[in-house]
Design a protein around this ligand. Structure first.
Ligand code: NAP
Length: 315
């Protein structure tokens, strides 16, 4: 099969289209012929070792996994002997967050992993684009038990995690204030934001309003800058480690900041399917590349300015 393979960490130049053996599904696995995948900030961050600590998970000196790519949507073409939940021909989507491998024509995943039947109303590209951002946002919002009684500010509402965060926060019934630049204000409103703030015109941290939660989905602010926005028991959380990794150790000193380690499950992907079919979660797609141009997609994604997701078309 064709795959985008790498044997070292580094720039997007380490990525090459190659022929590699097709994976053989184990007893509990399904083999998915991938129609669409994405390049996300996890792919580019792990490839470039943006944070050295990521090597503890992906290989200290050389990458343990030769194919990046976590989000996928496609069709089941083989099933292992013990598989019960899926049949050949089923359209599925999901997340391979621990072992990656989705930048390829085929991927083997456990039937009990983060995979579900594709939402009926979404294309393969759209389905692939509603896995990682929503899963990361959900990990934070569930941790703080977000509900209708809460007011949340989401900074970076145009990114993959931020645009998912806005939609999930509305799903949980919270009042949402979204911070984006001018060109993405309409997008944030269309995703359900009640109030939008243009960060090119206004420093959102100077607002008099107080929030239960501030979610820095793009990691461009900090706990100390956002603290004045928090109610007395309000909580700040960020997708980034912050200056000197402060978001990791500050939770040892104050309950006003959390930094949960994300965990993906099949239930989450099933929730995203239900939400998509009910019109409560939609894919935001910036642009699409063919598989052979995956390195180009990496170069675009690591600029940090994509709106929603960047899709890679495999079929
Ligand atoms: N914790 C984790 O496990 C984890 C996993 C994956 C990613 N991440 C991190 O999470 C962050 C977000 O990822 P993502 O994929 O959602 O990002 P993304 O899709 O690359 O989004 C970046 C978006 O943020 C906007 N933006 C840039 N500067 C901004 C600012 N100062 N204020 C508000 N918005 C701004 C950009 O639009 P404009 O430039 O047009 O404003 C762009 O739409 C990244 O830093 C990534 O490294 C964390």
């Amino acid at each position: 099969m064709k795959a985008i393979v790498h044997h070292e960490y580094g720039s997007a130049d380490v990525l090459h289209l190659q022929e590699v053996p097709k994976p053989a599904p184990k007893a509990d696995q399904i083999l998915v012929k991938i129609y669409a995948t994405t390049v996300n900030r996890t792919d580019t961050g792990l490839r470039s070792c943006e944070y050295f600590i990521s090597r503890l998970f992906t290989g200290l000196f050389k990458p343990k996994f030769q194919i990046w790519g976590s989000e996928f949507a496609g069709v089941v073409v083989e099933v292992g002997q013990s598989v019960q939940k899926f049949k050949i021909g089923n359209e599925v989507f999901g997340l391979s967050a621990d072992t990656f491998g989705a930048h390829a024509e085929y991927l083997a995943v456990s039937e009990n992993g983060s995979v579900a039947h594709k939402p009926r109303n979404l294309s393969f590209a759209e389905a692939a684009a509603i896995c990682e951002g929503p899963y990361l946002a959900l990990n934070y919002l569930e941790k703080v038990k977000l509900g209708p009684q809460h007011q949340i500010l989401i900074n970076g509402a145009s990114g993959s995690i931020g645009s998912s965060g806005v939609q999930l926060a509305k799903y949980f019934g919270a009042a949402v204030t979204a911070v984006t630049d001018t060109k993405n204000l309409a997008l944030a409103r269309s995703l359900g934001a009640d109030v939008v703030i243009d960060y090119t015109q206004e420093d959102f941290t100077q607002r008099a309003h107080r929030f239960d939660f501030v979610f820095d989905a793009v990691g461009k602010s900090s706990f100390f800058k956002c603290k004045p926005l928090l109610k007395p028991n309000g909580v700040y959380f960020s997708t980034e480690l912050g200056y000197l990794s402060q978001n990791v150790y500050l939770p040892l000193f104050t309950k006003q900041i959390i930094f949960p380690i994300p965990k993906d499950t099949q239930q989450q992907i099933e929730l995203f399917k239900e939400m998509a079919e009910a019109g409560q979660l939609r894919a935001v797609i910036d642009r699409t590349y063919p598989l052979e141009d995956t390195a180009q997609a990496h170069r675009y994604v690591e600029k940090g300015m994509k709106v929603g997701s960047v899709v890679v078309r495999v079929v």
